[in-house]
Ligand binder design. Structure first.
Ligand SMILES: Cc1cc2nc3c(=O)[nH]c(=O)nc-3n(C[C@H](O)[C@H](O)[C@H](O)COP(=O)(O)O)c2cc1C
Length: 168
């Protein structure tokens, strides 16, 4: 299998921590119960069709739910929604949804009110990514919250940060 040493791995982790990534809450729902995870391994894939990919750990509680329901939402957190990320980290299952306000999106899944952007996605492909599944979602609807789109929550050097637009 892998011949990566622990030292290699430490350097890799340190190097990856230098990337600043937007913090998202990926959400889904099955039999009425919401589930989800905080994720930064999220990016656009193609524009025609509009697709994006998310990398989800195979051990995450929402992993198999997304595979079964074939639907998920990517909510990009705003700079003042760090409490949502912390709530997801400190709780499990449907309790993760207690501290913030959610509504139903186009595909009937929980979408975060006051998120910067919400992507409603249908799962159209899944690829093996070792510990993770690379899930490809076709975007059924993308909604930008213009009033909040000047800043978003970032994960950088293992901590939360705010993005800043350059002053014009
Ligand atoms: C800032 C941050 C980014 C994360 N990014 C990802 C990610 O991209 N993919 C992933 O599977 N888990 C990611 N995680 C971990 C998950 O949010 C979650 O803790 C883990 O999947 C365990 O989920 P479970 O308690 O539902 O099983 C991230 C966690 C944090 C705090």
């Amino acid at each position: 299998m892998s011949n990566t040493t622990k030292a290699d791995l430490d350097v890799f982790r340190q190097a990856m921590a230098c990337f600043a990534s937007g913090v998202t809450a990926i959400t889904t729902r099955e039999a009425g119960l919401p589930s989800g995870l905080i994720a930064t391994s999220v990016c656009s894939l193609s524009t025609d069709p509009a697709t994006m990919l998310v990398c989800v750990n195979k051990t995450a509680s929402a992993h198999d739910v997304i595979l079964r329901t074939k639907k998920f939402v990517v909510n990009l957190l705003s700079a003042d929604q760090v409490s949502v990320a912390r709530r997801f980290a400190s709780s499990r299952g449907a309790d993760r949804f207690d501290s913030a306000q959610w509504e139903e999106g186009r595909t009937g899944l929980p979408t975060l009110i006051d998120a910067v952007v919400v992507f409603d996605c249908c799962l159209i492909a899944v690829h093996d990514g070792f510990t993770h599944s690379i899930m490809v979602g076709q975007v059924a609807e993308a909604a930008v919250n213009e009033g909040r789109a000047t800043s978003c929550l970032l994960w950088h050097r293992r901590d939360f940060a705010r993005s800043m637009l350059r002053a014009k």
